[in-house]
Design a protein around this ligand. Structure first.
Ligand SMILES: NC(=O)c1ccc[n+]([C@@H]2O[C@H](COP(=O)([O-])OP(=O)(O)OC[C@H]3O[C@@H](n4cnc5c(N)ncnc54)[C@H](OP(=O)(O)O)[C@@H]3O)[C@@H](O)[C@H]2O)c1
Length: 280
């Protein structure tokens, strides 16, 4: 029988796939939340073949579609009593402004809001599992500012600023979770995985794509990029670091703005409002 139950987003490629594989190899039951079922099933089979662990499951979940997130959380809540690890790993940047099914700017929707709804919807399971919640952020959060006056980048869109803000929100969200649910046994962290040679740059265009291509020889592998996520999922006694940001398996400094408790709370309140009709 598996020792732990892990739910992970964005495991169809890159860092998420490497993380899911490593945790399956360590006897976790792993639930892959994917927007593309065909890709998800292929990865599931790959993980089973590689690790011999048959407790790998695929659940449809498009993080940029709140109804899809709601359905994924409801499905998990029917199947499982508890979850021990939730890895909010999926993420993407967009060279041009795009809008999600619910009308939110895509970077905000896919990197933050979908994970916010997923996490809150799974909270009863997470509390029962005394879970660790791991948000895969980025050093890119240091380029972000919490632009509450134009969260959806309607007035002006910059892919770098939108990505930086969404990754800053991953840090905020981990801090808020630690603060609000720490006394219920929940641990929450955010992390930078390193600069990883994954499919991440494939969706970028123009100058950003060229920059990423030039950086490729200096990038680490997805397996190396997964190391901090795996560490946070499995290392004993991380209680005293609850809410912290990690890099290379160690607590790391965030941007000063990432410590702004009022901004963390403001994001929480706004996010709650945005998903208010959506929590299962
Ligand atoms: N690569 C880096 O250098 C780097 C650096 C810092 C932080 N990060 C962060 O690391 C995380 C993983 O990135 P990666 O490098 O492994 O990139 P990747 O190979 O492009 O993987 C991204 C994953 O997210 C999934 N995804 C994207 N949008 C989604 C949505 N709307 N709903 C559900 N799943 C969605 C993708 O699914 P599909 O297969 O369906 O596209 C894929 O599985 C991201 O949060 C990223 O911001 C990466």
């Amino acid at each position: 029988m598996p020792i732990k139950t892990t739910v992970i987003t964005g495991a169809t490629s890159g860092i998420g796939k490497a993380t899911a594989t490593a945790l399956a190899a360590q006897d976790h039951a792993v639930y892959l939340l994917v927007r593309n079922i065909i890709r998800g099933e292929a990865v599931k089979q790959e993980i089973i073949d590689k690790t011999g662990n048959k407790h790998v499951y695929v659940i449809k979940c498009d993080l940029a579609d709140l109804q899809s997130v709601r359905e994924a959380a409801a499905g998990l809540s029917q199947k499982l009593m508890s979850v021990n690890t939730l890895i909010n790993n999926a993420g993407a940047g967009f060279s041009e402004r795009q809008v999600s099914k619910d009308g939110f700017e895509m970077t905000f929707a896919a990197n933050h809001l979908g994970h916010f709804l997923l996490t809150l919807s799974l909270m009863p399971l997470l509390e029962r599992g005394q879970a660790r919640i791991i948000n895969v952020s980025s050093e890119g959060h240091k380029l972000g500012k919490p632009n509450f006056d134009d969260l959806q980048s309607v007035q002006k869109y910059s892919s770098v600023k939108a990505y930086g803000m969404a990754k800053l929100f991953n840090v905020y969200f981990a801090r808020s979770l630690a603060q609000k649910f720490g006394d219920k046994g929940i641990l929450a962290f955010s992390l930078h995985p390193g600069v990883v040679n994954s499919s991440f740059a494939d969706k970028l265009r123009g100058f950003e794509k060229i920059l990423m291509k030039l950086a490729r020889p200096f990038m680490i592998t997805s397996e190396q990029g997964a190391e901090t996520s795996i560490y946070l999922a499995t290392a004993p006694q991380l209680d005293k670091f609850n809410g912290s940001y990690f890099k290379k398996k160690k607590v790391a400094k965030t941007a000063v703005i990432a410590k702004d408790v009022a901004a963390q709370e403001k994001l929480w309140q706004i996010s709650e409002k945005l998903i208010s009709k959506s929590v299962v």
